[in-house]
Design a protein around this ligand. Structure first.
Ligand code: APR
Length: 282
């Protein structure tokens, strides 16, 4: 259990703030969630920045990963299949072993209630999918998938036979080069998922932002855009982030415990759990 989760105490004051956030969500109509690495900290995956962050520990990775892939895809694939960087090996093992936590499951609960219209995640860890999120947009890709650089078709790893003597592997549909679906620094966000994010966020009146430093674009733009259009932003983070100063409500605590409590309040405030936001028939 992480420090933030271990030290967490649900004070009456914070519980009132969480209840008010639940009211804001129910009044605003469908909500869109945006999540970052902090949500998966309670699943044992370190964040990138801040206390215990990968980049804090190992330094920011070179920002030309995508450029190097384009220059020599076969070499990049050999590196991918036999990583030399200690942190990369460690991260792959951690990602492989991680399981969804209370935070991921609470977001699924909000989706099932019809309160959450979609979840935009910056995480590549597949945990939202494993938790059962349906309306999911993985803006930085998914580490369990491969993607064609031409037609953007995505494949599970086991759909593609990797022949180390014939790298890079090719798309079964268009023979394009396949790469990991994870979006590398310098790589454009795949157009299909970017369009999906803009469509989900464009008329959102309330965005629930969980576990992100809100420093990486275009994802960090979405909550700002909601505020610009007069909507609300509810932040969940044990520490201050770039968003804290402008957020409508900033809930200071770990994602798991705070989202579980938020779901509780949404349920108890919903006039009719089956049809939140609709007046219950007398
Ligand atoms: N619950 C909620 N939030 C937490 C928790 C927790 N238990 N623990 C830490 N956090 C917060 C931190 O305070 C920090 O603000 O999560 C945030 C994590 O920030 P980053 O490490 O910067 O992660 P993220 O915002 O997702 O990074 C964006 O940067 O490196 C790239 O592609 C990578 O998708 C990533 C992007």
């Amino acid at each position: 259990m992480t420090d933030a989760a271990a030290d967490f105490v649900l004070t009456d004051a914070l519980d009132l703030e969480i209840e008010s956030a639940a009211r804001t969500m129910l009044d605003a109509g469908p909500v869109v969630a945006m999540t970052g690495a902090g949500l998966s900290v309670e699943s044992g995956i370190p964040p990138f920045r801040g206390p215990g962050g990968l980049w804090t520990k190992y330094g920011e990775p070179p920002l030309d990963g995508y450029q190097r892939f384009l220059e020599d895809p076969a070499k990049a694939w050999r590196e991918r299949l036999n990583p030399t960087e200690g942190w990369a090996k460690g991260l792959m093992e951690t990602l492989g072993a991680a399981k969804p936590n209370l935070g991921h499951r609470s977001l699924v609960g909000l989706e099932e209630l019809g309160v959450l219209r979609a979840t935009i995640t910056q995480n590549v860890d597949d945990l939202h999918r494993q938790a059962g999120s349906r309306a999911l947009l993985e803006i930085h890709g998914n580490h369990t998938l491969l993607r064609c650089m031409e037609c953007h078709t995505r494949y599970d790893h086991d759909e593609i036979a990797i022949d180390e003597s014939a790298l890079p592997p090719r798309c079964l549909r268009c023979d394009g080069i396949l790469k990991g679906d994870t979006v590398q620094f310098g790589e454009p966000i795949p157009p299909d998922v970017l369009r999906g994010c803009y469509a989900a966020a464009q008329d959102c009146r309330c965005m629930l932002v969980v576990g992100t430093s809100a420093t990486v674009y275009p994802a960090a733009e979405f909550p700002i855009d909601v505020l610009r259009r007069g909507g609300s932003v509810i932040e969940v983070n044990p520490h201050e982030s770039e968003l804290t100063a402008v957020a409508s409500i900033s809930l200071r605590g770990p994602g798991g415990s705070v989202l579980e409590r938020l779901l509780h309040h949404v349920r108890s405030l919903s006039p009719d759990p089956a049809r939140p936001g609709e007046a219950s028939t007398p």
